[in-house]
Design a protein around this ligand. Structure first.
Ligand code: FES
Length: 147
């Protein structure tokens, strides 16, 4: 069996939603300290819906495929739904990732959450403390930092 599914290869070779949104309503950038890969997500938000999403990923093929699939999964969706997107759902939509590449899909989940957090912060929209536990994307200290 090949290491990567056809879907992973397709989204790696033909990534959807690559680029930058000028005047984005929310931008999230996260990185993985171990591999050095970086992912940036741009959101255009109308009311509570994501009307457009683009990404820039400087990373491995699995990170690019994960970014591409994640953006497809949240495009046109309500923010509440995008906030529920897990890295497992991204990997499943790609018909799986090798175990040692699952962390690449984590970047996609974190980058989307960081972009939504940025939107909330810019618009002074309150959210529960601890809702965005990844300290790499927020200014305040918290003790629930994820791997
Ligand atoms: Fe770093 Fe894939 S190896 S995100």
């Amino acid at each position: 069996m090949p290491l990567y599914s056809e879907k992973v290869m397709d989204h790696f070779r033909n990534p959807r939603n690559v680029g930058v949104i000028e005047n984005a309503d929310g931008v999230g950038e996260v990185g993985n300290a171990k591999c050095g890969d970086i992912m940036k997500i741009y959101l255009k938000i109308d009311g509570s819906n994501i009307t457009d999403v683009k990404f820039e990923t400087f990373g491995c093929g699995s990170a690019i495929a994960s970014s591409s699939m994640a953006t497809e999964l949240i495009k046109g969706k309500p923010l509440s739904e995008a906030l529920q997107l897990t890295n497992r759902a991204v990997a499943e939509a790609l018909d799986g990732l090798p175990a040692h590449k699952m962390h690449c899909s984590v970047l996609a989940e974190e980058a989307i959450k960081a972009a939504i957090k940025d939107y909330y912060d810019r618009n002074h929209i309150a959210y529960p403390y601890g809702m965005f536990p990844d300290c790499s994307c927020c200014e305040h200290q918290c003790d629930s930092q994820q791997q």
